[in-house]
Ligand binder design. Structure first.
Ligand code: PRX
Length: 642
């Protein structure tokens, strides 16, 4: 596999960038030409940000799985596509070659077909990090079904909401998932999510943990039985095939739910062709992938990072991608380094929160581990602090590996701002420069562009890139309101940023009411809604505060309707409620009981004050004169939790 679009020098980056801005259509059509199409496109780009309308490669026909698998079979058939490292290091590693991946994906596509799944149907996938998750995703893509993967840390209620929003009729799950020393009973959670559900027709259940499950006649089927039967259908005289559905370039590939500043997660919709092209392009350029390299992205496939940089980007590039079932600290904090050593990993891509948590264990976990295969390190998900950057550089990269700090979002589909490993300079805590085709600008509150350097402002994009979201599922107006209405003719990221003299971007964090907890995006309104469901709660306000490992912690101010003698018990009840409604990832770290919340005359909560108090500031709280009752603030500040 060769990558004619791979940028190899700073000069080439500058040229590619300039061309992508001056002649975007020519630029992207040249990249697109390197992919497999059933039919080439009629028009490269058609867009406006008012509706918004974003169409790339209209008229083009393809199937992403032919690009991720079929096109590699001849030259890379026996090359590992996925190396699966199990939760328990003593269990058997599974190496899935491209040939094997092809067979399994064909088989599973047949399973889906046998169970009535058709092009355009929504399939919810709720599984742990097992190779079967990759087969499920790619099987959907092969028959043109729209997958919606839900992270294993979400509750039954969250799944139920997503099933309803996507009108999903099919589910793929497992009996359970191993995570460190825990077992997550996935099928039981699905069963709870399905109470009262009338749309789901079939649930396909993979056996992983042998957790007891209730299999409902007529609805639930075992993965193993279905695969065995499908094998007889797709394999004839040793030749495996399952015709891939021909998809329009703009046909939706998947939905992935993500939090915003409202109480309800949005179903971000990605396209087939644009998503494929940009994830591949960014993978090959940011990580400077060379054929034969072993790429290890530690993310869970339940998040966008796993979709784009474990599955689609690497596989489309014919790469070898490591998939890890477990957690970084089990059985001990050397697990990542074991994996690097065992599989001779060349590229590791992880999150600042993981780095910070591993820093706490010192250097003992590195002892006896050979990390000399590593060439490139990456981070994603949240701003990386200087200390974590240097630790990563020193102890993991041994000061010889470039670090790519990649900024992007669920909505952007792929990496938009990052240095290209070893090609463009890195700068600690800076995501640095935009990729070709990406046109960031900073604006002030009124949406006026802030020109000149250095500058700080709200980060927007002024032109479309191929993998940007197309809509929010079932509600296009919501997409417009969320991303395209704050500033005219701009895509608003929700992030603040600063730009240095050289034009490098440093992302400073969200400027809306969205928290980033351990790299997980959580809306404050969602957590408030969940807390407010508890019968003893009148009202709540949730803000983020600096947390030394998680990046941000969740601080909840809560008004109860009765006085509680056992506050700790009440706290546990609230935590339990949030776990049930959203999932354990959204549990508040701190809960302070208050008598009132600082509200303006129009009834808006003055979060700025609450954020300051949560950070430990009790004196200089700024102007509170517009509050209905400024006295509330003093009471809250006096009751601040440590
Ligand atoms: O605030 C930014 C932060 O994560 C948000 C996107 O979250 P999500 O959609 O869950 O996707 C995470 C993985 C792509 C952004 O709005 N973020 C992501 N990467 C960085 C970052 N903040 C600073 N630096 C980064 N490299």
């Amino acid at each position: 596999m060769s990558y004619p679009y791979q940028i190899k020098s700073l000069q080439q980056y500058k040229e590619a960038y300039q061309k992508s801005v001056d002649q975007p259509e020519l630029f992207w059509s040249e990249v697109a030409d390197t992919f497999e199409w059933r039919k080439k496109w009629d028009r490269v780009l058609d867009w406006n940000f008012e509706e918004p309308k974003i169409k790339w490669f209209e008229g083009g026909k393809l199937n992403i799985t032919e690009n991720c698998i079929d096109r590699h079979l001849q030259s890379l058939g026996e090359t590992p596509a996925l190396i699966w490292e199990p939760n328990n290091p003593d269990d058997r590693v599974r190496v899935v070659t491209y040939n094997r991946l092809y067979k399994r994906v064909c088989q599973f596509a047949q399973v889906l077909k046998n169970n009535g799944v058709k092009k355009g149907d929504r399939v919810c996938i709720y599984m742990g990090m097992v190779p079967e998750l990759a087969y499920a995703i790619l099987g959907c893509a092969r028959i043109g079904a729209i997958h919606s993967v839900v992270f294993g840390g979400f509750s039954a209620q969250s799944i139920a909401d997503r099933l309803e929003d996507a009108k999903a009729e099919y589910i793929v799950t497992a009996d359970g998932a191993f995570r460190g020393d825990k077992i997550i009973p996935l099928k039981n959670v699905i069963d709870d999510a399905l109470i009262g559900n009338r749309t789901v027709k079939k649930v396909i259940v993979y056996t992983r943990t042998r957790t007891p499950v209730s299999m409902i006649k007529g609805r639930d089927v075992w993965w193993e039985d279905e695969m065995e039967f499908a094998e007889t259908q797709v394999e004839k005289e040793g030749v495996v095939s399952f015709p891939a559905e021909e998809m329009d370039a703009e046909d939706p590939l998947f939905i992935l739910y993500t939090s915003g500043s409202t109480g309800k997660p949005k179903g971000v919709v990605h396209s087939s062709a644009g998503y494929m092209i940009f994830t591949t392009y960014s993978f090959v350029n940011v990580f400077q992938y060379k054929p034969g390299d072993v790429h290890f992205c530690t993310a869970d496939i339940g998040w966008i990072t796993g979709h784009s940089y474990i599955i689609y980007g690497p596989l489309s590039a014919g790469a070898t991608s490591v998939m890890f079932e477990g957690v970084p600290t089990w059985p001990d904090a050397g697990r990542f380094w074991d994996i690097v050593d065992k599989h001779k990993v060349n590229i590791i891509y992880t999150a600042p929160t993981a780095i910070r948590s591993l820093m706490g264990y010192g250097t003992a976990p590195f002892e006896g581990k050979d990390l000399s295969s590593l060439k490139i390190l990456g981070t994603v998900g949240e701003p990386i602090n200087e200390e974590a950057w240097h630790w990563y550089n020193k102890h993991v990269g041994k000061e010889k590996c470039p670090i790519v700090d990649t900024w992007w979002q669920t909505e952007t589909g792929g990496i938009l701002i990052s240095n290209l490993a070893g090609v463009t300079p890195d700068k600690p805590t800076y995501a640095t420069l935009p990729l070709p085709g990406v046109q960031p600008i900073l604006v002030d509150e009124e949406g006026k562009e802030i020109t000149g350097n250095p500058a700080t402002g709200n980060l927007c994009m002024k032109a479309p890139w191929p993998s940007m979201l197309r809509t929010t599922y079932g509600d296009h107006e919501r997409c417009r309101l969320n991303y395209f209405s704050t500033y005219e003719n701009l895509y608003f990221t929700g992030d603040g940023a600063l730009r240095d003299e050289e034009g490098n971007y440093r992302i400073t964090g969200r400027v809306d009411d969205v928290l980033n907890v351990s790299g997980h995006r959580i809306g404050t309104a969602e957590v408030e809604n969940a807390i407010n469901m508890h019968y003893g709660i009148v009202e709540s306000a949730v803000v983020g505060y600096n947390h030394h490992i998680k990046g941000q912690g969740i601080y909840a101010y809560v008004i109860c309707n009765v006085v509680h003698t056992d506050e700790e018990h009440m706290r546990q009840d609230i935590i339990q409620t949030v776990s049930r409604i959203i999932g354990p990832i959204a549990k508040p770290d701190k809960i302070q009981f208050v008598q009132g919340l600082p509200k303006t005359r129009s009834g808006k909560i003055m979060r700025r004050v609450l954020r300051k108090i949560a950070e430990g500031e009790t004196e200089n709280l700024g102007d509170t004169s517009t509050l209905l009752d400024p006295g509330v603030v003093t009471d809250i500040a006096n009751g601040k939790l440590n």
